[in-house]
Design a protein around this ligand. Structure first.
Ligand code: ATR
Length: 290
């Protein structure tokens, strides 16, 4: 990489940032495309988000990714925000514009692209989201935006699922979302639903765990996506496959959130061949074998 006087800089703010895969995604993309661009990580403490964003703008930084714990706090520092990101209430990408940064949520664009890659359309489908954390909230808005006909948010803590369902119904201006306890999944009476697993259950080193154990739930599903990518095949995915249903992990979501940010910053379109190369690099970097 040849860094010189006209190199554009992007980076990641969050805490911690040291183990982020994002530098691999962006610096490799810049290398493949021959862009004069570099991506670094910046550890930012909770009280310093406003100073970091202002400083980045003053330093002519082209854009930033934002990770935990700043995805909500950063919203106060923007001059503009994408409509879906505003509804979700979380921003992970800042793009330089006149007078400040505009915020986007490319986590959700990443999942959208993964779903279309694997041939899953949410339109007119019944979707079940397992979990009700930050990721589940963003995904619930995507489901509404993609015109899912019904949405069930199943969580151990019912109140958190209800909060998301209420927010999504208000956004969609109709009652598409319902909350349910995760223990109800065994008696869930729908068929051919798409399941999106967003809890932390099953994350390495707890490879043998899953938030949903009922066989009937897997039997009646059409397909499943786990947003976990380590292990590469989670217990949730194994159980889906055991019942003959296709199942995908979250590595492409991670890849495409980066690709979407890179495209916004550099006003370009990354080809699927290029995305495939980055995907293989990510697997190598994360020590993932299939
Ligand atoms: P993120 O922001 O990444 O989505 P989070 O906000 O920490 O993560 O949410 C974690 C999700 O995993 C929650 O839905 C949580 O359920 P609760 O809301 O009931 O806490 C779920 N989760 C974590 N451990 C769980 C477990 N052992 N069984 C079932 N659900 C669990």
């Amino acid at each position: 990489m040849d860094i010189n006087g006209t190199t554009r800089v992007c980076g990641l703010i969050g805490n911690p940032v040291a183990h982020s895969i994002s530098p691999v995604i962006h610096n490799r993309l810049a290398g493949l495309r021959g862009d004069n661009f570099v991506y670094a990580t910046f550890k930012v403490e909770a009280g310093n988000v406003a100073a970091a964003v202002k400083g980045a703008y003053a330093l002519d930084i082209l854009g930033l990714n934002v990770t935990v714990p700043h995805k909500q706090a950063v919203i106060d520092e923007l001059v503009d925000i994408d409509e879906l990101a505003a509804a979700i209430g979380a921003v992970n990408t800042l793009v330089r514009t006149e007078g400040g940064f505009k915020g986007y949520n490319t986590d959700i664009l990443g999942l959208d692209r993964e779903l279309s890659d694997v041939g899953i359309s949410l339109e007119d489908k019944c979707v079940v989201i397992i979990g009700a954390g930050g990721a589940a909230r963003a995904i619930a808005f995507l489901c509404a935006g993609k015109k899912a006909s019904e949405l069930y948010i199943m969580n151990r803590t019912l109140e958190k699922a209800q909060n998301i369902a209420d927010a999504v119904n208000e956004y969609a201006k109709k009652d598409i979302a319902k909350a349910a306890g995760i223990s109800e999944c065994g008696s869930f009476d729908k068929k051919d639903y798409i399941v999106i697993q967003t809890t932390s259950v099953g994350l390495h080193p707890h490879d043998d765990e899953t938030a949903v154990t009922a066989d009937e739930f897997y039997e009646n599903a059409a397909a499943g996506v786990d947003i976990i990518y380590n292990p590469y095949e989670t217990m949730f995915m194994k159980l889906m496959k055991k019942h003959g249903k296709p199942a995908y992990n979250g590595l492409k979501m991670l890849l495409y959130q980066g690709v979407a940010a890179y495209e916004l910053w550099n006003d370009c379109k990354i080809s699927s061949d290029m995305a495939d190369i980055i995907y293989e690099d990510m697997k190598k970097e994360l020590g993932i074998s299939e």
